[in-house]
Design a binder for this molecule. Sequence first.
Ligand code: DGL
Length: 275
Amino acid sequence: MRDDRPIGLFDSGLGGLTVVRALLDLVPGADVVYFGDTGRFPYGSKPPEEVLKYSLEIVDLLLEQNVRMVVVACNSAASVALEQLREQLDVPVVGVIGPGLRAARRATRTGRVGVIATVGTIASGAYQRAGAQLAADASDPAGAALELTCAACPGFVEFVEQGDVDSDQVHVLAERLLAPLKQAYVDTLVLGCTHYPLLARTIADVMGPDVVLVSSAEETAFEVRAELGEPDLDVPTDRPRQVKFMTSGDPTTFRELGSRFLGPEVEHVEAWSWS
Ligand code: DGL
């Protein structure tokens, strides 16, 4: 039987809408509830305990919306909260870290893979752990170890938030932050932060044409699709799809900036207050 409950996603702000975009395209029959914690953004520079607390609070809120699955559409949140959420929840929990790395492993020719993310995500070691787990997965014939080079990119998120994705300043910062990855001769680079796909052009310019950029948004949507049962992939003909947005920040700003990440679907945005 078809399960019509929505899929719940959350992020520290707007960046997770890149995952919503991929999900809307890949699973056109699914209803979606998205929570952007814009009022407490950013997560990437906050201590892990604080990000974990916020993640648990948001998941409670999503469960009140009767979601059938939780997608942690934020690398900084996934890197500290994913394991605990998987242990605690009765619904499936999908993160963005595993899917991104699996896509990188398919893309790499040399095994030298770079990961760029926020300070919090890199410091958590979550990508390194996920890489080791992939290599240890004996059931996976492609389980060869990846040589990971990880680099934090403080400043990238702030530029994207300002709508600046390709100025000279962004370029200069990218040249500096991406230098260790070039020195490591990575042939594949995981954009391990939901904001970074918007900087893809600048990052690609700096890394050069031989480096494949991997965004976890599409891969995460594929993982969600794989979790769903066959009947849930059909598009219901009896009702339009429901896509609900909630934010702890200013709903008007969310609507205006949200279209940059998602497109025109961001219409009604519900305000949420943590107090
Ligand atoms: N959504 C966050 C991530 O993917 C980026 C922004 C932040 O620092 O909160 O890591």
